[in-house]
Design a protein around this ligand. Structure first.
Ligand code: NAP
Length: 325
């Protein structure tokens, strides 16, 4: 809205140039670029900044770190670097919804709202649930979606990892440090994970792969998981295997509930953008895993963060009538 003097104002108290939602690699990179451009930028993060890398034991395919780097260290370095240039980060500040007020965008949270001329959505994605009996009941009592967080609780135990993608295989390999045996349960006869991970997992003596199997049920004694019921995808065969832990890596769901109905999502809930990474809502950009077409890589998220930041900067400068290009 405009006040009597024609100035853009908002019911929300302060008007930033850009609000970034999400503090993973995409959001932190966008924040680094915008802070260096001396824009008024604030980053809302629902937990602590770091995103998916902070929950990854080691990252080997982010350029510049031969030998790899612990995910938590990479995440921490990204946060530190962005803050060095003045990025304001608000931890434990989840976005609940968004609305437009003329040229402004208002981001609403649990404890209030803030307005900006542009918004970069970088909320990432979270692990999908399998939806089998026992999964909810034993979550935190044997069922986990994060080996990096919970793996150490399974020292000398037998654990199962469900899925055949990069996450499942990487985390299965990580779990071999603690568990006496790791059983990968995969619904096909071939892994989806990259070749180097396949080579490693196939030659690891602690790993056994149950091919062409799906999980029917996670069983326990009421307190903790004690077994998995598997069904063959090729026959009627059912089997019960004893395990103390089950790690689920069966895909991911974008964190877009807060913007559902406000902007265009694809059929899986990922945010649709144009070449500038702008959504169908003017001034709202998306970057990283949450974006349709993402390559779901840390390096890809960083690239998205740069593109979204520069395009958001040009958009804001045009809006303010100070375009330099
Ligand atoms: P993903 O690639 O989507 O793999 C999910 C796995 O779960 C697939 O093997 C899939 O089987 C299986 N699956 C899905 N639904 C299932 C169900 N209902 N029951 C049983 N199995 C089911 O997910 P992700 O591994 O989390 O990876 C997500 C993205 O991040 C990918 O693009 C990946 O490359 C990337 N990523 C990269 C790295 C890395 O570069 N180091 C690490 C982690 C993730 P099918 O194979 O039969 O479909």
């Amino acid at each position: 809205m405009r006040d009597a003097g024609g100035e853009i104002t908002s019911k929300a108290q302060k008007v930033h140039d850009v609000i970034i939602v999400g503090g993973g690699p995409a959001g932190l990179t966008a924040g680094l670029y915008l802070a260096r451009a001396r824009m008024d930028v604030v980053l809302w993060e629902k937990d602590m900044p770091g995103g998916a890398p902070a929950l990854t034991e080691r990252i080997e395919n982010y350029p510049g770190f031969p030998g790899g780097i612990p995910g938590i260290e990479l995440a921490e370095r990204m946060r530190q670097q962005a803050e060095e240039f003045g990025l304001a980060i608000k931890p434990f500040c989840p976005m609940r919804s968004m609305r437009r007020e003329d040229d402004l965008l208002v981001v609403m949270g649990e404890e209030g709202e803030e307005a900006a001329r542009a918004v970069i959505l970088a909320m990432g994605m979270r692990p999908a649930q399998l939806g089998v009996p026992g999964e909810k009941e034993y979550h935190g009592r044997g069922v986990s979606y994060c080996a990096t967080c919970d793996g150490a609780f399974f020292r000398d135990a037998v654990v199962a990892v469900v899925g055949g993608g990069n996450s499942a295989v990487e985390e299965a390999l990580f779990l071999t440090r603690f568990a006496s045996r790791v059983v990968i349960v995969h619904r096909r006869d071939r892994l989806r994970a990259s070749r180097i991970l396949q080579e490693r997992v196939l030659r690891n003596p602690k790993v056994e792969i149950r091919w062409n199997r799906v999980v029917k049920e996670i069983r326990g004694d009421g307190k903790r998981v004690h077994s998995l019921v598997l069904a063959s995808t090729e026959s009627e065969e059912l089997e019960e295997i004893p395990v103390q832990g089950v790690f689920l890596y069966v895909g991911n769901i974008p964190n877009t509930e807060a913007v559902r109905g406000f902007l265009e999502l694809d059929e899986r809930g990922f945010i649709v953008t144009d070449e500038q990474l702008m959504t169908n809502v003017r001034g709202v950009f998306a970057a990283g895993d949450v974006r349709k077409g993402s390559v779901w890589q840390v390096a890809g998220a960083v690239g998205d963060g740069v593109r979204a930041a520069l395009n958001a900067q040009y958009y804001v400068e045009e809006l303010k009538g100070i375009a330099y290009r």
